[in-house]
Ligand binder design. Structure first.
Ligand SMILES: Cc1cc2nc3c(=O)[nH]c(=O)nc-3n(C[C@H](O)[C@H](O)[C@H](O)COP(=O)(O)OP(=O)(O)OC[C@H]3O[C@@H](n4cnc5c(N)ncnc54)[C@H](O)[C@@H]3O)c2cc1C
Ligand SMILES: *[C@@H]1O[C@H](CO)[C@@H](O)[C@H](O)[C@H]1NC(C)=O
Ligand SMILES: *[C@@H]1O[C@H](CO)[C@@H](O)[C@H](O)[C@H]1NC(C)=O
Ligand SMILES: *[C@@H]1O[C@H](CO)[C@@H](O)[C@H](O)[C@H]1NC(C)=O
Ligand SMILES: *[C@@H]1O[C@H](CO)[C@@H](O)[C@H](O)[C@H]1NC(C)=O
Ligand SMILES: *[C@@H]1O[C@H](CO)[C@@H](O)[C@H](O)[C@H]1NC(C)=O
Ligand SMILES: *[C@@H]1O[C@H](CO)[C@@H](O)[C@H](O)[C@H]1NC(C)=O
Ligand SMILES: *[C@@H]1O[C@H](CO)[C@@H](O)[C@H](O)[C@H]1NC(C)=O
Ligand SMILES: *[C@@H]1O[C@H](CO)[C@@H](O)[C@H](O)[C@H]1NC(C)=O
Length: 605
């Protein structure tokens, strides 16, 4: 049975006499002609899977990454210092501008899409958290496979992680932890920043007074409430810990190759099987073809994975025909179902001491704190995006939640894009049923608040990613379609009202907070929406769900084992396979999904 499976999956070829150097390759001439596995994208998920597959010395793996690899001083200066994280730096991203967002006054925004070894975890805010049990159990229900539920995923969350518990001082701030929820020998360090902004403790008191739970440890599947979040932070040296660590472990293995600065232009498909890839350094440059004897593994992320499928003839046949791309698989789900988190911040004049805003408003302070970090590895630069987060369930923030939900549930209109394929529509209807059931509980968050913030954590709005030509160097069209579903609008407005209720609490009196935008006089739904449409951000940089797992007749692109429908030897392992975005910053979930994906590949050995 096993060997039959192997025969069916892998092309057998004579053992090569090539001396396999097992390292970062510079030239095409250093590559083998064929590998067991070719991984497209050396970002977060791609490096996880390549690392795990090369644990078996008899399997050869090539990773092809379009961006560059950073090492040494360049790496330290550009990406390793937590507090210097910039969400707008373009040197390490693809430069994609979104389509006009119809519900946001047709505004366009940058679709931040990583272009570097390590992918999103090289650039991200280092918040290292997890969604709730229910978020993942909803996946399992949607896909019809318990393997994607919380109990099955927890070991994979842990497998990626080396956790450092809070120090005595940090415990004194109020940080508690649950040892069982954490990993102790994974490649990614998880630890708490060492600088305290005391206003976080005060904020938690105000939340508690309004019935918000104080979470013991977000990692254990019950993160609804307010908590101290670990960062993907190496406690030695207080530097970023990111997916490149998986490469660092793999690079001494003789069966692992990584080549950078090479953009995959197409997945080759022959007789219903993915046979390899072709890539080049730039538009018009020579193409190199590499054979994958067992599988091609797509890990190009939420924007580029659907794009590459479409370029390779897997997608909605109407779209492919428009650009004269031969159709290998008519799969309308490809590029549909695109999701991200979105949100908005109320602006306040207030007195915090110290205030995180000083780092941007006061150049002298910023320089002093940066020097403190460089000299002593302490101070606010040890924190990435945040040290404390709040995730609220709908019943916690709005007493009127039942009418909000029953209106959404009864609404016969899907609010999807015109011309949505019936299979995609069927999948959406199922997602909506599952989501609305979760929204009526305190087991899953709908809103993340970072003090004066409100957001849409489990959206019903659905965007899309689409090629605009058959040229692999033309960037795709990306439309978030933010707030296209009215329930998302209702939840965002409810979140803002709740954020205001917290700000009005007596616990925060010493902040002297005065709302400056939109201003306390703006209270009605419609007035708030006018401000929201002009001001909100459609992205937390969490591109996902654009090649969802699910049943094919429900718009699924991959099955529960992450295999692309209609073609053999092709799997997707990145954030694009999520069916519904969980209520969390997603890197932890990307690591867990990729860790499990590697085991799914290993099942075929
Ligand atoms: C600015 C930013 C801030 C974020 N903040 C946080 C945070 O604080 N906490 C958190 O948990 N999450 C955060 N995230 C999200 C998280 O880091 C990402 O969702 C995650 O890293 C995505 O992993 P992935 O494997 O799906 O894709 P990626 O990590 O994006 O990897 C895809 C890789 O594929 C490569 N690629 C694409 N197309 C091709 C091609 N044709 N040929 C070759 N290579 C190709 C890309 O260059 C890229 O390196 C943030 C993300 C960003 C961008
Ligand atoms: C490694 O791969 C070989 C060949 O496919 C297989 O027989 C063996 O079981 C694998 N080892 C492990 C530990 O998975
Ligand atoms: C994006 O733009 C920046 C700044 O111009 C550039 O350095 C970078 O190479 C561009 N990225 C890609 C993928 O072309
Ligand atoms: C957005 O653009 C569409 C198409 O051009 C147009 O019909 C619509 O009126 C515009 N909306 C706003 C708010 O400007
Ligand atoms: C950080 O993680 C690495 C594994 O990548 C581990 O070897 C190291 O001990 C960790 N550091 C600490 C302080 O836990
Ligand atoms: C949810 O939690 C709140 C406390 O924040 C409580 O008032 C409410 O009854 C709970 N609702 C449900 C459905 O559990
Ligand atoms: C800016 O920071 C410096 C150094 O910490 C401090 O002395 C100064 O008062 C600050 N300026 C303002 C306007 O707050
Ligand atoms: C420098 O680091 C030490 C050890 O972590 C710490 O005790 C001390 O307070 C730091 N100095 C400053 C000025 O923060
Ligand atoms: C906010 O603070 C600024 C600077 O201190 C001040 O000019 C402005 O009037 C304040 N706005 C409100 C609404 O209090």
């Amino acid at each position: 049975m096993r060997s039959l499976q192997l025969l069916a999956l892998c092309i057998l070829s004579p053992v090569t006499a090539y001396a396999f150097p097992g390292t970062l390759l510079e030239r095409e001439s250093d590559l083998l002609a064929a590998y067991d596995y070719v991984v497209i994208g050396g970002g977060t998920s791609g490096l996880v899977v390549a690392n795990r597959l090369t644990e078996n010395a008899s399997k050869t793996v090539l990773v092809v990454e379009s961006g560059q690899i950073l090492n040494g001083d360049e790496e330290f200066n550009d990406i390793m210092i937590p507090g210097t994280t910039s969400f707008t730096e373009t040197r390490f991203t693809w430069n994609i501008t979104s389509l006009p967002n119809a519900e946001l006054n047709n505004q366009t925004r940058t679709v931040v899409s990583p272009w570097i070894v390590g992918g999103g975890t090289a650039l991200n805010g280092m918040v290292y958290d997890r969604g709730s049990k229910r978020d993942y159990n909803d996946w399992a229900e949607y896909v019809g496979d318990k393997g994607w539920g919380w109990d099955s995923l927890l070991p994979y969350f842990k497998k990626a992680e080396t956790f450092t518990p809070p120090s005595a001082e940090q415990q004194g701030w109020g940080i508690r932890w649950d040892e069982d929820a954490h990993g102790s020998d994974g490649p990614i360090n998880s630890s708490y920043p060492t600088f305290l902004y005391p206003h976080n403790q005060v904020f938690m008191q105000a939340e508690k007074a309004l019935g918000i739970p104080i979470v013991k440890d977000q990692a254990n599947g019950d993160p609804i409430g307010s908590y101290w979040t670990p960062n993907s932070l190496n406690p030695e040296g207080k530097v970023r810990s990111y997916a490149k660590n998986y490469h660092e472990i793999a690079k001494s293995r003789p069966n692992y190759h990584l080549i950078t600065g090479r953009t995959v232009t197409k997945i080759n498909i022959k007789n219903g099987k993915a046979t390899g890839v072709q890539f080049s350094t730039a538009r018009g440059a020579a193409l190199t073809t590499i054979t994958a004897k067992c599988e091609v593994i797509l890990a190009a992320g939420g924007v580029h994975s659907p794009r590459l499928l479409q370029l390779s003839g897997i997608g909605d046949s109407q779209l492919l025909k428009r650009f004269s791309i031969p159709v290998h698989v008519d799969l309308p789900g490809v590029g549909s179902n695109y999701q991200d988190h979105s949100g908005i911040m109320l602006a306040y004049n207030m007195t915090l001491n110290p205030d995180p805003a000083w780092l941007t408003s006061n150049a002298t302070y910023r320089q002093e704190m940066l020097e403190l970090y460089l000299r002593n590895r302490t101070g606010p630069f040890t924190i990435g995006y945040a040290q404390r987060l709040s995730f609220y369930a709908l019943p916690m923030i709005t007493p009127g939640y039942e009418s909000l939900l029953s209106a959404a549930a009864a609404d016969p209109h899907s609010h999807l894009r015109d011309g949505t394929h019936p299979t995609v529509l069927a999948g959406f209807r199922k997602q909506k049923r599952i989501l609305i059931a979760s929204f009526a509980t305190n087991e899953s968050a709908v809103d993340e608040n970072v003090i004066t913030f409100a957001s849409v954590q489990r959206p019903l709005s659905r965007g899309y990613v689409e090629i605009v030509s058959a040229d692999p160097f033309d960037l795709p069209a990306v439309d978030w379609r933010t707030l296209s579903n009215p329930l998302d609008r209702g939840i965002l407005v409810a979140g803002l009202r709740f954020a205001r209720r917290i700000m009005a609490r007596p616990e925060l009196a010493a902040w002297n907070a005065v709302e400056t935008s939109p201003g306390p006089q703006v209270t009605g739904d419609e007035e708030l929406l006018v401000w929201i449409r002009q001001t909100m951000t459609p992205t937390f940089f969490h591109s996902s769900c654009s090649c969802p797992m699910g049943k094919r007749e429900e718009g699924g692109v991959v099955d529960a084992k992450l295999r692309v429908y209609g073609v053999k030897g092709l799997r997707i392992v990145d954030a694009s396979v999520f069916p519904m975005i969980p209520a969390t910053h997603i890197s932890g979930t990307v690591y867990a999904v990729a860790e499990r994906a590697a085991d799914l590949v290993k099942e075929t050995w």
